[in-house]
Design a binder for this molecule. Structure first.
Ligand SMILES: Cc1ncc(COP(=O)(O)O)c(C=O)c1O
Length: 392
């Protein structure tokens, strides 16, 4: 039997131990974690909708109309009018024929890969894809390859080298979750079309944030359903609620309903969450000023960081990582920031490649300029004199 205690101790010694903090109250920038008042720079609530009064009111109203839980899977009798309307609204928002709700983004990714692929097929993934995409590819049982990060030519060469038969599915983050950069989606889309490969874009971090109406990376690049046949979007980030959806052709969605196991064999998300998400979607679409504010805060952070000699990764999105390198050092810096009342997590392997541990700053439209300035001052204080810091 494995000696779990010893393994945990080893993990701790390497600076790789993960522990949870207990949050009191709502997901807002000012919060109390583990009894300490902090300003958090780690939430994915990019537009500040998790605690928006209209979203909370819709959740309450939804619960009083539909009850607390869905009570059954979508294919049994858990699929309410609220779910159905949300799917139609999401399809229109994403400019796709149809959309299908899943209980989480993780399950959506798993479900698509399993429904489309078998052992004689191929799945190709960006090296820095989110874990849920990697797991989706591995668990599908298809032949698995990773291509160089954001490198379309490597993908093209790999596709050209595959056998004549078998489905090909290419999976990529739209905005990379640990780096904040965008995938070269127009190039990936034309390569996939040329090689008759499906392209799935996981836009967990682009939806709500990018594009004129907040429809994400695909709107940002102007990519149609024909160019990107599968969009996966999560609702727990910029939408401030929970769950996910897949959008694409009528035939794709019907195929998922018939055979995506993570869709068929699970209880539907509570209808109240669907109602809250409908309210969030209206705000995403109509309040472009939230995206503008977010963009301004990102610019403020980057200018300030550069003036201090810090070098955040090249990202124009609210994900602004500072690569430190060593996991123990990243953890130490994160703790120093916490002592100053700022919550910025240290992201360590295996979430990021070995030697690239980082402070992952995320910004939200709910932050104030003053809060961003406080973060910059605290980063300056914490990182000054730190010899092991790769970002200086
Ligand atoms: C890129 C990406 N895809 C998928 C997921 C999973 O989504 P969910 O939290 O809804 O399972 C996440 C994070 O949670 C993510 O960052």
């Amino acid at each position: 039997m494995r000696d779990l205690k010893a393994e945990l101790e080893q993990r701790r010694a390497k600076g790789l131990y993960r522990s949870r903090r207990v949050l009191e109250g709502r997901q807002t920038p000012e919060q109390v974690v583990d009894g300490r008042q902090v300003i958090a720079f780690c939430s994915n609530d990019y537009l500040g909708l998790a605690s928006h009064p209209k979203v909370i009111a819709a959740l309450r109203k939804g619960a009083s109309e539909y009850g607390a839980g869905a009570g059954a899977a979508h294919l049994v009798n858990g699929h309410t009018r609220a779910h159905h309307q949300l799917e139609e609204e999401l399809a229109a928002f994403a400019n796709r024929e149809r959309a299908l709700l899943f209980s989480t983004g993780y399950m959506a990714n798993l479900g698509v890969a399993q429904a489309l692929l078998g052992r004689s097929d191929y799945v190709l993934e960006d090296r820095l894809n989110h874990a849920s995409l990697i797991d989706a590819g591995l668990l599908s049982g298809a032949r698995f390859q990773r291509y160089r990060h954001a490198t379309a030519v490597d993908l093209a060469q790999r596709l050209a080298g595959l056998g004549q038969t078998g489905e090909r599915l290419v999976l990529t983050d739209g905005v990379f979750s640990m780096d904040g950069n965008l995938a070269p989606l127009p190039e990936l889309a034309s390569i996939c079309t040329a090689h008759q490969a499906w392209l799935l874009v996981d836009d967990a971090h682009g939806l709500g944030v990018l594009g004129e109406t907040g429809a994400g990376s695909l709107e940002h690049f102007g990519l149609s359903q024909q160019q990107v046949p599968i969009l996966m979007g999560t609702l727990g980030k910029a939408f401030g609620t929970a769950g996910a959806f897949v959008a694409g052709s009528e035939a794709l969605i019907e195929t998922l309903i018939q055979s995506a196991r993570t869709y068929v064999y699970t209880t539907a998300m509570p209808a109240a969450v669907a109602e809250a998400t409908r309210a969030a979607l209206r705000i995403v679409q109509t309040e472009g000023k939230r995206r503008e504010k977010l963009r301004a805060l990102v610019a403020r952070f980057r200018t300030g960081a550069e003036q201090l000699g810090l070098k955040p990764l090249d990202s124009q999105t609210p994900i602004q990582p500072l690569v430190i390198g060593d996991a123990v050092e990243a953890l130490r810096l994160s703790e120093r920031l916490l002592e100053q009342g700022l919550l910025v997590p240290a992201i360590r392997p295996p979430t990021v490649p070995e030697g690239t541990a980082r402070l992952r700053v995320t910004l939200s439209a709910a932050h104030t300029e003053t809060q961003v300035d406080r973060l910059l001052e605290a980063l300056d204080r914490s990182m000054r004199g730190s010899e092991d810091v790769g970002s200086r």
